[in-house]
Design a protein. Structure first.
Lengths: 114, 111
């Protein structure tokens, strides 16, 4: 079965650089979520999109932005990177009519900021 | 503010040794409590949703239960492949899928 696809899987950037992460949700899933998981921490909600519109926002820094495109894929753009941005970034999708908390997570993109 | 606290932080079990993980929560109006399993370096994998006190869900060797203040994940006769971090989460606010996770319980099952 198709899963949530994230790219790149690993990314190394310098401080103050910019990074873009991509997410391709499961077909016919209408909502996309971005979560950030720091080392040894639980996942933290960043932002979500429903039918290409931003539906909710969490603890996402102003340096970060995201959008969902017409083909439902989503991109998370991170600028002026800081050491503390080093983390695993997960994208998840939820199917229309599914249980409220049943999210399908991708394998994650590991960002390392040097 | 919604809070989710999991205990213990880590649990080491012998194969076949049953045990329970705890998740206590404080939320203003529970809209769902969720259990996920996470393997190292992988995304969380959905296990269960519980909506109301008294509800129980089972899947293979796992059974999740819910009371008004806490949830338990029982692992019966675990196998080494049950080794993972188990995350508990609640829905934060009105937005479906906006989850607040606990810190997780890391379970290691040895043969």
């Amino acid at each position: 079965a198709a899963g949530v696809i994230q790219s790149p899987r690993h990314l190394i950037k310098e401080k103050r650089e910019t990074a873009t992460l991509k997410c391709y949700p499961i077909p016919r899933h209408d909502t996309v979520y971005w979560y950030q998981q720091g080392p040894g921490q639980d996942p933290q909600f960043l932002i979500s999109f429903y039918e290409k519109m931003q539906s909710d926002k969490g603890s996402i820094p102003d340096r970060f932005s995201a959008q969902q495109f017409s083909d439902y894929h989503s991109e998370l753009n991170m600028s002026s990177l800081e050491l503390g941005d080093s983390a695993l970034y997960f994208c998840a999708s939820r199917r229309a009519g599914g249980e409220t908390g049943e999210l399908f997570f991708g394998e994650g993109s590991r960002l390392t900021v040097l | 503010e919604d809070q989710v606290t999991q205990s213990p932080e880590a649990l080491r079990l012998q194969e076949g040794e049953s045990s329970s993980l705890n998740c206590s929560y404080t939320v203003s109006g529970l809209r769902g409590l969720f259990w996920y399993r996470q393997d190292p370096g992988k995304g969380p994998e959905f296990l269960f949703t519980l909506y109301s006190a008294g509800e129980e869900k089972e899947k293979e060797r796992l059974k999740a239960t819910l009371t008004k203040k806490e949830s338990f994940l029982h692992i019966t006769a675990p196998k080494p492949e049950d080794s993972a971090t188990y995350l508990c989460a609640v829905q934060a606010g009105d937005s479906w899928g906006k989850l607040q996770f606990g810190a997780g319980t890391q379970v290691v099952v040895t043969p």
